[in-house]
Design a protein around this ligand. Structure first.
Ligand SMILES: NC(=O)c1ccc[n+]([C@@H]2O[C@H](COP(=O)([O-])OP(=O)(O)OC[C@H]3O[C@@H](n4cnc5c(N)ncnc54)[C@H](O)[C@@H]3O)[C@@H](O)[C@H]2O)c1
Length: 470
């Protein structure tokens, strides 16, 4: 497990007063990582510095090559967040390559950055600077920050290798639930993932057992169609998604591109390739929103509170349509809050993984609001079981995959405290707006029609998750 290091030189966030830069700055602050904020506008930097508690700042324009180099000489990494990068990226890359500072672009200007990286790659190799191109907002919470806060530069090197050798988008994560499906059964498996939040390392075991990883984007319909045409899968488990609710609120059309258009692309590719079955990872809580009936059955009125839930629900509609129009056999599984081994404790989602990470690091968990908000936590192994049963059956429509049990954030802290010798005290922070308060999914239909029922209770699941992180 990686953790923030105090010995490394600070991280520079260039363009820190912008949207992405501000997010990174606040997140690094929260994680106690040493960083400085930089950009052109001293006034804005001073305001941000004050807000963050006197974070060091450097006001320097990208036209000032010597000034950029002076700043980067004292830094380990520069996260480049100022746009438009077609104008600003190059001087920063040049300064990073010259000073041996790792460079992370967060704008997603892949084509342009590749050109610039080619130009400065030789110098960067001499000075030991990694040049990494990322994606915009969606890249920030998990991938970029995991890389920035990692001990040593391992993840960055991995990213760079991926980028240079295969032209991938930079790496990390590979669907927590998806990767579990492919383990242990010896199925012939092809994983399609663009590795934005996925980690290749999560599926090393499966890759070693003969699974194949194709790093591509489900938004590219023709590419997905030709891949499935070549592979002729019997079953398609569609789990690839933009899963961050806050990203969906900030960038609803991007969310829909991945979660709606991507789903249509997968459906159409599965149909053309003659797949027998299409199993879709949908969501429970994010689709239902705040409901009067908890645990909530599938026929409850849909009142999503964020574009993510709405997009997932739209995906379900397309599954039904492809079944009616084309006879493709489809099923939607509405997961509860999935947790388990290999979930990223540095991630934004997944309170259990985050709290387990804190427990093992001797940190304190943060509770937003009164901690009485509840979720239906379901262990990843049980979710895998639901997927496999859904693949083997021919039921159609939507099925809840939850335990039907409400667990509050306080319950989790207390359950984890029992597994620790040193106690586990939480910090309390103001409530986040727009959060659904109470979620539990009624699993009756899934039990009746798929014969599925969760087997792992919270205590067992927490124990297994902690063991995997130790
Ligand atoms: N984890 C949960 O609690 C939960 C709850 C409800 C539903 N789900 C659903 O389960 C599925 C898996 O979620 P997870 O928690 O394992 O998250 P995850 O982020 O680990 O998995 C999503 C995967 O999709 C990949 N991806 C993202 N955009 C892509 C694109 N454009 N093209 C190709 N691949 C792309 C990511 O790299 C990642 O590996 C998702 O569909 C999610 O909506 C998860």
């Amino acid at each position: 497990m990686t953790s923030p290091t105090t010995e490394r030189k600070p991280i520079a966030i260039y363009g820190a007063t912008g949207f992405t830069g501000g997010l990174i700055a606040r997140e690094l602050k929260r994680r106690g990582v040493d960083f400085l904020i930089a950009g052109r506008d001293r006034g804005k930097l001073e305001a941000l510095s004050e807000e963050l508690g006197d974070v060091p700042l450097t006001a320097v324009s990208v036209d000032d090559a010597a000034g950029l180099r002076r700043m980067l000489e004292g830094c380990s990494v520069v996260a480049a967040c100022a746009g438009p990068f077609t104008l600003h990226g190059e001087p920063l890359v040049a300064a990073a390559a010259e000073t041996g500072t790792h460079y992370l672009d967060t704008t997603g200007e892949q084509g342009f950055m590749r050109m610039v990286f080619d130009r400065y790659g030789a110098r960067a190799a001499e000075t030991g600077a990694a040049l990494v191109s990322g994606m915009g907002f969606d890249f920030v919470p998990g991938d970029l920050l995991a890389a920035l806060t990692a001990d040593g530069m391992g993840p960055l090197e991995e990213i760079v290798v991926a980028y240079c050798v295969r032209g991938f988008k930079p790496t990390h994560g590979t669907a927590l639930s998806g990767l579990e499906i492919m383990r242990d059964r010896g199925d012939d498996v092809v994983v399609l993932d663009n590795l934005t939040t996925g980690r290749k390392s999560n599926i090393d075991h499966a890759l070693a057992n003969g699974a194949k990883l194709v790093v591509e984007d489900i938004r590219d319909g023709e590419l997905v169609a030709s891949l499935l045409e070549a592979e002729k899968p019997e079953v398609v488990f569609h789990l690839a998604a933009q899963i961050d609710v806050r990203v969906s609120a900030a960038r609803p059309s991007f969310d829909a591109e991945v979660n709606v258009i991507g789903t249509i692309n997968m459906l159409e590719a599965a149909r053309r390739a003659g797949a027998r079955r299409f199993v879709y990872a949908s969501t429970g809580g994010a689709i239902y929103g705040e409901t009067d009936v908890v645990p909530t059955p599938e026929d409850t009125e849909i009142r999503s509170e964020a574009p993510y839930g709405q997009a997932k629900y739209a995906g379900e509609g397309y599954l039904s349509l492809w079944q009616r129009l084309h006879g493709l056999s489809t099923v939607s599984l509405r997961f509860g809050n999935v947790y388990g081994p290999r979930q990223d404790p540095l991630g934004e989602a997944g309170v259990i993984a985050i709290f387990c990470g804190k427990l093992l690091d001797g940190g304190r968990p943060q509770i937003f609001g009164d901690g009485r908000q509840t979720r239906d936590y379901v262990y990843v192994g049980d979710v895998v079981d639901a997927n496999l049963r859904a693949a083997e059956s021919d039921v159609t429509g939507a099925f809840n995959v939850g335990r039907g049990v409400q667990t509050s954030v306080i319950d989790i802290v207390e359950a984890l405290a029992k597994q620790s010798e040193n106690g586990f005290e939480a910090d309390h922070l103001p409530a986040r707006t727009g959060e659904v308060q109470h979620i539990a999914l009624d699993p009756s239909r899934t039990k009746a029609e798929l014969g599925w029922e969760a087997q792992v209770d919270l205590e067992q699941g927490l124990g297994r998750t902690l063991d995997s992180l130790r």
